[in-house]
Design a protein around this ligand. Structure first.
Ligand code: IMP
Length: 428
């Protein structure tokens, strides 16, 4: 501290939420900086399961301010639904512990319709987006024609702008033979949501910098994963923002000098949702074993979309690149318990294609699709790890697996999770 940035080191769904939740106990502010409700965090506290999409998990901690930064794209109607869901579970949400940047951008029903239409038009080359309107909302932002959250302070002008935007969108949708938006209903829904959200709007960058000056400890909660970064991921199979550590600075508005920890979170194997290259994917019994049956919320099915995740061996080529672009100071790993029961485990240490060796992923997704991983094989273990709480309680082969990852990535691995509960964590 003062600022810890937590980044999903792979393709998302690494289990960042639990680390944010854990570190939030000693934080003053937990802030999201990129993406929108394409994200999904599941936090298990005793018998309660909290599913969060937009709101940082810091909201579950009394005294912590949860902040939605300027780099985000926000669907106001879905945000209000999420707030109401949490309030119904007994969580307190007030303008004192929850603030939204006036500079964040609004996702409209038009963005969602365009996301759908574009994915459909892509056919077999679909990106596999979450259909939440994320890409089209960022397009409007970069094209300087977006609606910003701050506009919700003036409900009349907000509704007028939205109404015009939706009517214009309908011209385009009609031209493309796509179902039209219900302009009046959507306008009304957004008007109601804007009225609810208005008290939470603030100049969050100014707020954050003032709090930092006063000594506040801040956690920046990454969404998605660094390998989905629009600049660094396997373009075009990426999200439309920068879920990497650099994105935290621009997406919240503070300088790099405040940061003293960049914590990368990685699963001990690989998963990916949606399209795009995944060199270590195991579309077979190994992948099925890694995925689980879906009978519990820890299995590999999307929190936001419910889609089965693609699963495969740990990819050190990707992780190496992720470490380079994010500058991790340490790594925390998740789901070690899932590897119990394999006779041997594989780690991709490089790729090979046409006689060439790659230590980093090639920029071209078409090339990346064709590479063959070069694997290192390690012995597995059979023991159930879910009760382990200290390194000594892990089997020797599990410790050796983690140690080898640490050597290959040249980073300290400081903890590993062995189950979904807060307490199912081993400090290394
Ligand atoms: P979008 O962010 O909805 O535009 O989707 C772009 C790509 O990012 C798709 O492959 C999605 O599956 C993926 N994606 C977006 N959000 C998440 C997430 O929270 N976890 C994992 N993958 C995600």
């Amino acid at each position: 501290m003062p600022v810890t940035i937590i980044i999903g080191a792979q393709w998302g769904d690494e289990g960042k939420g639990r680390f944010v939740d854990w570190l939030a106990t000693s934080a003053d502010i937990v802030a999201r900086f990129s993406g929108g409700d394409n994200a999904g965090h599941t936090i298990v506290l005793g018998k309660q399961v909290y599913k969060l999409h937009l709101i940082p998990s810091g909201i579950l901690h009394p005294g912590v301010v949860a902040l939605l930064g300027n780099g985000m794209v926000i669907n106001p109607v879905n945000l209000v639904k999420e707030m109401d869901g949490l309030i119904a579970q007994g969580v307190s949400i007030t303008p004192e512990n929850f603030i939204i940047s006036t500079r964040a951008h609004i996702i409209t029903p038009a963005h969602i319709a365009f996301d759908r239409a574009k994915e459909k038009a892509r056919g077999a080359d679909a990106i596999g987006t979450t259909l939440r309107g994320i890409g089209p909302a960022y397009v409007d932002k970069i094209d300087r024609q977006g609606i910003r959250a701050g506009q919700m302070t003036d409900i009349e002008s907000f509704t007028e702008t939205l109404h015009t935007t939706l009517k214009n969108a309908n011209h385009t949708l009609a031209r493309d033979n796509v179902e039209l938006l219900d302009v009046e209903k959507s306008s009304l829904d957004y008007l109601e949501a804007a009225a609810r959200l208005r008290p939470y709007l603030q100049e969050t960058a100014i707020y954050l910098n003032q709090r930092l000056k006063q000594g506040a400890r801040v956690i920046c909660e990454g969404a998605q994963g660094a390998l989905l970064d629009v600049d660094h991921g396997s373009y075009p199979y990426v999200t439309s923002s920068s879920p990497s550590s650099g994105g935290a600075l621009t997406g919240l508005g503070f300088g790099p000098t405040h940061v003293d920890c960049v914590l990368g979170i990685a699963k001990v194997f690989s998963t990916r949702v949606g399209g795009g290259p995944m060199p270590t994917e195991q579309d077979n019994a190994i992948g099925a074993q890694l995925r689980g049956t879906g009978s519990n919320q820890w299995d590999e099915y999307g929190t936001t979309t419910g889609r089965a995740r693609r699963c495969g061996w740990l990819d050190l080529v990707m992780l190496r690149y992720s470490a380079a672009i994010n500058g991790y100071t340490e790594l925390a790993m998740t789901k070690l318990d899932v590897l119990s029961g394999f006779d041997e485990l594989k780690i991709a240490v490089a790729y090979e294609l046409d006689g060439n060796r790659y230590d980093y992923p090639p920029y071209d997704s078409a090339v990346l699709e064709r590479v063959t991983p070069i694997y290192e094989t390690l012995p597995g273990w059979q023991e159930d790890l879910t009760g382990a709480r200290t390194p000594a309680e892990l089997p020797a082969n599990a410790r050796a697996y983690l140690q080898r990852i640490g050597e290959l990535i040249e980073l300290p691995i400081t903890s590993v999770s062995v189950g979904p509960e807060r307490t199912q964590l081993v400090q290394l």
